[in-house]
Design a protein around this ligand. Structure first.
Ligand code: ADP
Ligand code: MG
Length: 315
């Protein structure tokens, strides 16, 4: 095939929350814009070799919106689905404008079109997660406030927090639009915060009070739009065994069977590394293609296969 006209492979980069707010930071908008330059500078370069889709987390941003709502009881409280939509707008804008600046700095802006989509994701109303809301979101409440709160609350290591259902993503509603945009070589930012959770109602959709894990939503997206390399980046260099112990060691290669074994042995906790490994397994099993989990500071190496953890079908 003519190398000039052969379509570039499609890369999905799933950005962790620390792309915007690093540990120990307050999370001002200046900090968030500054932090974003690290991944966006690398992604700008990667646009020369790949067509690119970007997804992102939104935990701290949704948490802050919830906190702001608590401060102003006279304004009607917004449901979670609306807050997720708001963060897709705000983070989509920050990613798009930062990437635009980095592309401009590299002098490739004229060839690149960027688009940030408000995207929703169908969940199953019968998903068992609805019967047992367990994902903590938003602020910590004092114990005496708990009986007055209009939603389920659980005691977490940080204190009392609201818990919501975290159902599995079933399908990405805008998958056709995303496929077309990829085909036209747009950089597509979508499925922010795991997507706005909706259930089907007759011929339409209805938002639900839940949150979808962004790594699992990204795996679903990756399968549905034909991603070639699925890359999850976060604040650690990759997947470790015995993480946090003096014996911890980085796994630079992992086949699906090994990943499943370590997952079952409890090396990857539910709220953090667990869904990333699960998402990688799901994608690699379904497509036979490569997934990688690595550091946001070295997206380039993680994509190239020289750093992070590379997850493949066979070892
Ligand atoms: P993100 O916002 O990127 O989704 P998470 O906090 O959900 O980030 O997940 C990344 C975190 O997972 C790391 O900061 C690390 O503390 C934690 N972690 C737990 N177990 C492991 C493990 N086995 N290997 C690597 N990191 C792990
Ligand atoms: Mg996470």
């Amino acid at each position: 095939m003519n190398p000039v006209t052969a379509p570039k492979p499609v890369l999905l980069v799933a950005l962790g929350g620390n792309a915007l707010i690093r540990k120990g930071q307050k999370g001002t908008i200046q900090e968030q814009f500054e932090n974003l330059r690290v991944p966006m500078r690398q992604i700008a370069r990667l646009t020369e070799s790949f067509r690119i889709v970007i997804t992102h987390g939104n935990g701290p941003q949704v948490g802050n919106l919830m906190l702001q709502q608590e401060c102003c009881p006279e304004v009607p409280r917004l449901p979670l689905e609306i807050l997720v939509a708001q963060t897709q707008g705000q983070i989509g804008y920050m990613i798009e404008s930062t990437l635009d600046s980095e592309l401009m700095a590299l002098g490739i802006v004229t060839q690149k079109c960027l688009v940030s989509l408000i995207s929703y994701v169908v969940v199953d109303p019968k998903d068992p997660a609805f019967a047992d809301p367990s994902k903590p979101v938003g602020p910590v409440y004092p114990e005496e406030a708990v009986p007055t709160l209009p939603f389920p609350v659980k005691k977490t290591p940080k204190g009392y927090r609201r818990v919501v259902a975290s159902p599995k993503p079933v399908t990405i509603v805008e998958q056709r639009e995303i496929r077309r945009l990829i085909a036209m070589d747009f950089v597509v930012i979508c499925c922010g915060g795991g997507g706005i959770p909706v259930v089907r109602e007759g011929r339409g959709f209805c938002g639900v009070d839940a949150v979808i894990d962004k790594d699992l939503a990204s795996a679903k997206l990756a399968r549905q739009v034909g991603i070639d390399i699925f890359c999850i980046v976060t604040d650690v260099p990759g997947v470790f065994l015995d993480y946090g112990s003096p014996e911890q060691r980085l796994l630079s290669r992992l086949c699906v069977r090994e990943a499943e074994t370590y997952l079952a042995q409890g090396h990857f906790p539910e709220g953090s590394m667990g869904p990333k490994v699960e998402a990688a397994i799901e994608f690699v099993r379904a497509t036979g293609k490569r997934a990688a989990i690595g550091s946001i500071d070295d997206i380039t190496g993680t994509v190239a296969g020289t750093s992070g953890t590379q997850i493949t079908l066979e070892s």
